[in-house]
Design a binder for this molecule. Structure first.
Ligand SMILES: Cc1cc2nc3c(=O)[nH]c(=O)nc-3n(C[C@H](O)[C@H](O)[C@H](O)COP(=O)(O)OP(=O)(O)OC[C@H]3O[C@@H](n4cnc5c(N)ncnc54)[C@H](O)[C@@H]3O)c2cc1C
Length: 377
């Protein structure tokens, strides 16, 4: 399968009052906010995700579905940001849904573009991404966990992945596997959770992000038809879609940071006379967030730039998002004091969510390794 270079066009500036963002805000206020604590405790909010899809949250970066014929990553991020301000678990699932759409959009697979993409882009069906392990494999951190044998019309997959999110019955996810045999290579394809031989097990209980529909996946002779291949050869396909994949994660961070700043600001009336002795005051965090959003917005206008220098800036922006998330969440804890330490307080939930921004692939340590490799190349 050949990889085509998509038409890259500049992203138009978005207005915070745009219809799409207002519709997303309505879903967040009316449907998501009443469930935030329940989601933190383990409830998977499929109906909220579908409502976000109907509002247009998952199709903004898709030139084929947003009606503007441009890969508007910035508006996709703005929608994720709005969601993550309230609940970053849901913001993470918005990312998972956004990237599974991105995988198809960036492929040459017309079959998936016609059959599956419209349903994912509108939120009628849900899905995610099993790319943590492959990303770490490609960065020289660990071996690839899925192997496959090739048949005339597909691949037979075997192996185990410890955790993949935004899953349930009938969900789709992107996956990379090592083909062994006469024509060894790595291939990426779209897989459905209902396919024979694939078992989902909820083995772990996490200290946060519990409502994200996260499962361990066991593959025993799972047949993936060739008309579900996304990238083969893999590397040119990954090069094309990687900057968008990484940049799309930054909406979780900016939304979380915004939410933390608002918590600090809300505590000001009562505790301003003593909170003024703290570090990372809301105005300092706001300045850093504004700069980060500006940098991300600029990078979004050039997502198909193939230069290593551009990828370095994308990885640095993602790292900045992780580091600022940790600072902002820590500051929200200190600014809100004992109130933030209550069982259902937003500050302590945001602290746990911030650590997820820092450990989800590419984790801080992974980003620093890739940046180090780029610097010495
Ligand atoms: C709530 C949650 C949701 C996630 N959702 C996704 C997703 O949608 N898609 C996706 O691809 N990845 C997902 N991950 C994985 C995530 O992106 C990281 O890969 C993971 O957090 C470990 O990253 P690390 O770089 O810190 O590796 P480390 O924690 O340093 O781990 C190194 C390796 O050991 C494995 N490992 C560590 N502890 C365990 C364990 N208890 N059981 C089995 N293996 C273990 C890790 O997976 C990793 O491969 C999720 C993780 C969590 C906690």
């Amino acid at each position: 399968m050949k990889t085509r270079t998509p038409m890259a066009s500049a992203t138009p500036p978005i207005s915070p009052d745009s219809l799409i963002l207002n519709q997303v805000r309505d879903v967040v206020r009316d449907r998501l906010a009443p469930l935030t604590v329940k989601i933190d405790e383990g409830y998977y909010p499929a109906e909220v995700l579908r409502a976000l899809g109907e509002a247009g949250a998952f199709r903004q970066h898709l030139a084929s579905h947003n009606g503007r014929n441009t890969f508007d990553v910035q508006t996709a991020l703005a929608a994720m940001d709005v969601v993550s301000q309230e609940c970053m678990s849901t913001g993470f699932m918005v990312w998972a849904q956004d990237v599974v759409c991105w995988y198809i959009e960036m492929s040459n697979n017309d079959h998936l573009k016609q059959t599956v993409l419209p349903k994912l882009a509108s939120g009628k069906v849900l899905g995610g991404t099993a790319l943590s392990n492959p990303m770490k494999y490609l960065a020289g951190i660990e071996p690839l966990l899925l192997t496959a044998t090739e048949t005339d019309d597909g691949f037979m997959l075997n192996g185990t992945l410890p955790w993949v999110s935004n899953l349930g019955s009938g969900h789709w996810f992107g996956s990379i596997f090592k083909v062994v045999g006469d024509n060894p290579r790595d291939v990426m394809a779209l897989v459905n959770t209902d396919w024979a031989g694939l078992e989902l097990r909820q083995l772990a209980k996490f200290c946060g992000m519990e409502g994200t529909g996260t499962y361990a996946m066991f593959f025993k002779d799972v047949f993936v038809p060739k008309n579900h291949v996304l990238g083969d050869p893999l590397i040119p396909y990954l090069k094309k879609m990687k900057a968008g994949f990484v940049l799309l994660q930054t909406g979780m961070a900016t939304g979380l940071i915004e939410g933390c700043i608002e918590l600090c600001e809300a505590a000001e009336l009562q505790f301003g006379h003593v909170n003024c002795y703290l570090d990372d005051r809301p105005d300092e965090l706001r300045e850093a967030l504004d700069d980060t959003r500006e940098l991300i917005g600029e990078l979004c206008t050039d997502v198909f730039n193939p230069k290593p220098e551009f990828m370095r800036r994308v990885l640095e922006a993602r790292l900045l998002g992780s580091e600022l998330s940790l600072r902002a969440a820590s500051s929200a804890m200190l600014h809100t004091g004992a109130n933030g330490y209550l069982h259902d307080a937003p500050a302590q939930r945001k602290l746990r969510e911030a650590y997820f921004v820092a450990i989800v692939t590419p984790a801080i340590k992974h980003l620093r390794k890739e940046l180090d490799t780029l610097a010495t190349a």
